[in-house]
Design a protein around this ligand. Sequence first.
Ligand code: AMP
Length: 450
Amino acid sequence: MASFNDFKIAVNLRNAVDDLGFAKPTPVQEAAFPVIMSGKDVVGIAQTGTGKTMAYVLPLLQSLPFSKEKDPRILILVPTRELVLQVVEAIEKLGKYSSIKVTGIYGGTNINTQKAALASGTDVIVATPGRLYDLVLSRALRLKTIKKLVIDEVDVLLDLGFRFQLVNIFELLPEKRQNIMFSATMTEDIDALIQDFFVGVQKISIAVSGTPLDNISQGAYAVPNFYTKVNLLSHLLQNAATYQKVLVFVSNKRKADLVFELLQESYGEEAAVIHSNKSQNYRVRSIKQFDEGKNRILVTTDVMARGLDLTEISHVINFDTPTYPENYMHRIGRTGRAEKEGTSLLFYTEKEKAFKEDIESLMEYQIPHLNLPEAIEISNQLTAEERPKVIEPDNPHKTKSDDVPGPSFHEKSEKNKKTNQGGSYKRKLKAKYKKPKSRGDKNFNRRKRR
Ligand code: AMP
């Protein structure tokens, strides 16, 4: 069992740790300490609550030599003002017996107060990217002395659209520096950032165990494409007695919106969607209504869902198969809480099969296969992503994909030869009312009023 005695830390830091009353390091602290001390670039997958802040603050303070330098040597970027304050507090607590100076920088407050704080010099800056960049532009802050960069909750930063600001800040930093990144979920955006800016990254992943909770039953459906997944989802949700409170995970915001719109055709007010492009008010309202049971179905993305404290989720539906197995563990952990039984269903296409296998090897558990219900229409409609790209012979620069038949996951059985013409609800209405009718048709409503 690890102890803080195994960490080679200075007496003043050790005393500060003792004052905090921590008996032993958490797993993320144990794993991160030697790697961060080695000076290598690091990516840690860890959620809030695992002790991740101390996991990077402790080795950073240990390796910060005393200096009369006024400009900062450590920069910690975080997505929110709350997190700035939290991290500043952690540094103040650990640095209480040292002469370390830390400054918190965030938007929405007087910039001149922050300029004044910086003028007297600082060792560590904890900042949100926007305000930090403004301070550098106004020459109140120089970043040329930064030796260590930490980006905490990078998944949230990228999801909030901060990539551009992050890259701008990278440009202002010395090339020779240590990069440390922490994230609860791994996404393709994060991978791209690592590829572009990190060197020889060491990965530490201790956030989730691969052992699924016993009270979560799992199942997987092989589904040929996006629109058939929509049909399957819509079909399952008809059983409201079983599917009482359903969290639907979709890989990105754009797709989440599309799934939500398609669900609304049949489920209207029962469904809600949240992701970071929605306003704060909208998100708060949707979450509240879902939590209270007014909305039965909540469509969401990995990053947005992690901050949610939701109870009694009956089903987690993985509309997409996560490319990183850790994300699957996070997702299914949203159900089966507090001794309640929960169910997780995974929809996977031929393309996603390899990701499913990665998840299964992490869990050391084969997700039981479920047969598609007979009633499911197999759709021939393909999304732009699913269509094979074909180069026109006369125009090699142009790709044409419209009239190319889609790849079929498996031979269709006779019952599944029906084709989906899309908008089945609208089609039914059209047949009934002889003309298209929608709630938003102003002319229709006006004609009716006259
Ligand atoms: P974090 O994951 O950084 O948000 O930390 C979660 C909480 O765990 C904070 O309140 C820390 O003070 C606390 N904590 C950090 N390290 C330890 C430790 N080794 N033992 C007990 N609590 C800890």
